[in-house]
Write a protein that binds this ligand. Structure first.
Ligand code: A3P
Length: 884
């Protein structure tokens, strides 16, 4: 509007008067326009640079945690060491009795155990007891009952057995007590114990009994001041010296006051230890479930105490706070010099609580000096203070790794590297984080290679392995010598900048700090890498607030020792603690949306097989492989130069090469719905980890295996090895091999095992059936494959639901010279398998036949049972074997 009016006025004034006058006026007008443009430019620039952060109403909250006890008082409560020799007689496992595994209490118990990485067995109370001992050792270190009813209502026989087990092996129980459902019942005596339960009470001012031997991680002395909002607490009354209170509280007015309520401020007992002086069994009773955060601490200390230290946690907690996106933030939300000062000061304070504490800054150099003048001064201040902090390379322009090839990634990294050199940034720790977790998992191989080439990266972290949620199941793994550590979120993201607009309100953040999700990461994880962003240190500086608060809170309530070590040391520690995590488990990147978002658009999950022929070796797998390929809708893998046609991905070291490597073996199918990619690797069948790995990557895949008489399979393998000039097979008879004792030379034992073990079909099949439903597994009778492959191929097609349905009569024909069915070639010739398939060799001698009959008998019986249970047809050879 303003411009319009100005223009109108200019037009009328300018056009009025003589042309001569107009020349003079033109000059004035031009200079006016130049001046105006200049002023406008200045105004816009100023506005752009300085006025966009109008929303910047920094209102940093102050950490409001104060411990009731001072340092001197705290030092009186030293953590207890629960280790005693009793722990030598029990296993590191917990037995959990539940009434239903889906109940809230049961889920809380199992997720806490999972969080603590404590191995457990879940049992439904109505069932028989599991075996409690194994060669004179107790299998379980602690018994947990989801509810007291589950314990007292146990059938007498089981209860006696369990009590006796606990007495003999000094194994304790944890029992959760819940309020009676019917509101009429106020008090009840526990049958068989001098203990009275008072139901449905509300409590406040919860505190711990400092004078008990249980506290290890938990530090007594503080009080939860608020009312604890529920009125479903059970409190304990007793009159026997075996009981020792673990926690007290004051009675609180119930949240829904009724007219009959009489104020009562008396102290009650909320968690109780039975020291076992009465019946020889130690028990911990909880008057509520694990929703109450203090109970989580008592729970893990209780497990440590009752297991005599067998299931004790270390007190050390290694933490690293990453600050991603340094220089990257949107203008108006970036750090100013003041913010940098605040960060450095907080770091100094935190160094008193966490030994060697340094914020770990991840920078993207391209964004340096891309903010307002205030923010640019902030950037400069960060560099001025560079030696106060730790640093890692992020990406030059914050690129997502999965979108680029190795050359482009390296170029970007090199620029960031040069930026670090130019500004003398101390990047020292062989650690990097990928923006958006991109390329770390699902693995983008070029990223790992570029990291190695440019920065020599050895450690990284992600929240995406195996998945973001549940957070307590995040794990680490090692790929291409890079240790990938699990990463924790702390409730702060790129967009959480102000306390007033914190999603869910400030209370949500405070709850997470004070006993909630963030506190629990400290409680349960020995190693924590937290993810924060630059914006969390500007604006309301929520990261400073959060970490200062949570660390204070942890110090008030726990004996945990907080430390920082280099990422490399952290990685080494993590995999020392959890060596089982070293090997990654690959999953289909297209199944989980978050994974798909950070997976290259050039890759396709259609390049994964729809079915597998898994073996075992020497059962006719090559014949089946060949016959399958006759079908136009079936596409086999490309041949591997190392293992002939077989890819052998899931069973050996190839698995570590990752799924990009695996996918390279498959063509991109013309039609992903109707084309069937497959591969055959005959030693998948008996590979220990194979069913698990296959299921993780391809849960819907179909599996085909072939079973022949295992004795014949063993003999065929021996012949195969002899034909390949194997030294051992050449120097030992078949009988010597299969009867070789464990004292035989290693190579002999190896040949013995490869001959015999794959034939213990029942064991291997059971493993597959643990992971796949029987409808996904097809079992071919290997004898039939030899004698009637046409019928077998008919059934295979039906199992795969493949179209068009081929009549293999047109494609297979018996070749009397070969003695087997062969493919009919386009010129109507027999295209048989090579000389190494369908060999001629003398029949097995009788003593070996007899030995193998005995050797496999028990397993074959079990196999027929397993097959019947899953409604499979019993192979002819097995019928015959069992009827002999
Ligand atoms: P032998 O050579 O001991 O007779 P695999 O391919 O799994 O290694 O199995 C090889 C076995 O497949 C051969 O073992 C042979 O008995 C069997 N086989 C089944 N059908 C066949 C066919 N049509 N042609 C060749 N061998 C076949």
């Amino acid at each position: 509007m303003m411009f319009k009016r100005f223009w109108e006025r200019l037009k009328t004034n300018y056009l009025r008067g003589s042309p001569l006058h107009r020349v003079g006026r033109t000059k004035t007008l031009v200079s006016a326009i130049v001046c105006l443009s200049f002023l406008l430019f200045i105004a816009f620039t100023y506005h752009f640079l300085n006025s966009s952060p109008v929303h910047r109403i920094a209102n940093p909250p102050e950490p409001a945690i104060t411990c009731r006890m001072n340092n001197l008082q705290k030092s009186m409560f030293t953590p207890k060491d629960h280790t005693s020799k009793e722990r030598l007689h029990i296993g590191a496992r917990v037995l959990v009795f539940v009434e239903s595994q889906y109940s809230k209490a049961a889920k809380q118990i199992t997720s806490s155990l999972q969080y603590a990485r404590i191995d457990y067995k879940l049992e439904n109370t109505g069932h028989n007891l599991p075996t409690l001992t194994h060669s004179d050792k107790g299998r379980f270190a602690v018994i947990i009952f989801e509810s007291l009813e589950a314990y007292v209502n146990m059938d007498n026989w089981n209860r006696q057995l369990l009590d006796k087990y606990c007495q003999d092996y000094k194994v304790g129980m944890i029992i959760f007590v819940h309020s009676a459902d019917e509101y009429g019942i106020e008090k009840e005596k526990v049958p068989g114990l001098p203990l009275i339960l008072r139901y449905n009470v509300a409590v406040k001012d919860y505190r711990l009994n400092a004078f008990t031997d249980i506290w290890r991680i938990t530090k007594p002395g503080e009080t939860v001041l608020d009312n604890i909002e529920e009125d479903d607490w059970v409190v304990f009354e007793y009159n026997h010296s075996t009981y020792e209170p673990l926690s007290y509280a004051k009675l609180a007015p119930p949240p829904y006051l009724n007219s009959r309520y009489i104020p009562d401020n008396s102290t009650v007992v909320c968690a109780l230890l039975d020291r076992g002086t009465l019946d020889g069994i130690q028990r911990i009773f909880f008057g509520n479930d694990l929703s109450f955060w203090v109970h989580q601490m008592i729970f893990i200390d209780g497990i440590s105490y009752l297991s005599h230290g067998k299931l004790s946690f270390d007190l050390e907690r290694y933490i690293l706070v990453d600050v991603d996106d340094i220089f990257v933030g949107i203008t108006g939300t970036r750090m100013t010099a003041e913010d940098v000062e605040a960060m450095a000061k907080t770091q100094e304070r935190l160094q008193k609580e966490v030994s060697n504490f340094h914020f770990n800054l991840g920078f993207s150099g391209w964004f340096y000096q891309h903010g307002t003048s205030l923010e640019n001064a902030g950037d400069q201040k960060i560099l001025e203070y560079r030696n106060k902090f730790w640093w890692f390379g992020h990406m030059w322009r914050h690129e997502q790794g999965h979108k680029f090839d190795q050359a482009k990634l390296e170029t970007s990294m090199i620029k960031n590297y040069q930026f670090a050199k130019e500004h003398d940034i101390p990047v020292m720790h062989q650690y990097a984080v990928a923006p958006h977790h991109s390329g770390v998992y699902p693995v983008h191989e070029p990223l790992y290679q570029a990291w190695k080439n440019v920065w020599d990266i050895r450690v990284t972290s992600t929240e995406e392995y195996p998945r973001l949620y549940p957070s307590w199941k995040r794990r680490g793994f090692i790929h291409k010598r890079v240790m990938v550590l699990p990463r924790q979120t702390c409730g702060l993201f790129t967009k959480t900048l102000y306390i007033d607009t914190y999603p869910g309100g400030r209370k949500k953040l405070d709850d997470s700090i004070q006993g909630g999700e963030l506190f629990k990461t400290f409680l349960y994880n020995p190693i924590n890498i937290y993810m924060t962003h630059m914006g969390n240190y500007a604006n309301d500086r929520l990261a400073l607030y959060t970490f200062e608060s949570v660390i204070k809170f942890v110090k008030c309530w726990t004996n945990l020792k907080l430390k920082q070590v280099t990422p490399l040391e952290m990685g080494i520690k993590y995999f020392e603690m959890y060596p089982e995590d070293k090997e990654p488990v690959w999953q289909d990147p297209c199944v989980y949306k978050r994974h798909l978002q950070i997976w290259s658009a050039n890759k396709s999950c259609d390049r994964l097989p729809k079915f597998l022929v898994v073996g075992p070796q020497k059962t006719g797998t090559t014949a089946l492989y060949k016959f399958l390929q006759i079908h136009p809708a079936i596409l086999a893998n490309y041949n591997s130069p190392e293992t002939f046609e077989e890819v052998q991905f899931f069973n050996g070291n190839n698995y570590h090469k990752g799924i990009d490597w695996y996918m390279e073996f498959f063509p991109v199918p013309g039609n992903a719905t109707s084309d069937f990619l497959f591969e055959k690797s005959a030693n998948y069948f008996d590979g220990e980890l194979v069913p698990y790995r296959v299921h993780s990557l391809l849960p819907k895949i179909k599996i085909i295996c072939i079973l022949i008489d295992p004795a014949k399979r063993a003999y065929s393998w021996y012949q195969h090895m002899q034909a390949h000039g194997d030294h051992i097979a050449g120097n030992y008879t078949f009988h010597e091999i299969i009867t070789a004792p464990d004292s035989a030379p290693r190579k002999v034992r190896e040949l013995r095992n490869r001959s015999l073990i794959p034939g213990i079909y029942v064991q291997h099949l059971q493993k597959w059936l643990e992971f796949f439903p029987s409808r996904q597994i097809f079992i071919i009778d290997g004898g039939r494959l030899k004698s009637n492959p046409v019928a077998v191929m008919h059934n295979v097609q039906r199992f795969l639901h493949i179209e068009p349905h081929y009549d293999y009569n047109d494609y297979l024909r018996f070749d009397s010279k070969k003695g087997f069915f062969c493919q009919v070639s386009s010129t109507n010739k027999s295209d048989c398998l090579g000389r190494s398939k369908g060999r001629h060799y003398p029949p097995m001698n009788e003593t070996s036949v007899e030995f193998l009959k005995q050797f496999y008998r028990k397993n074959n019986v079990a196999l027929s049972k397993l097959l019947s249970k899953h409604k499979y047809r019993i192979p002819d050879w097995l019928e015959k074997e069992l009827s002999d």
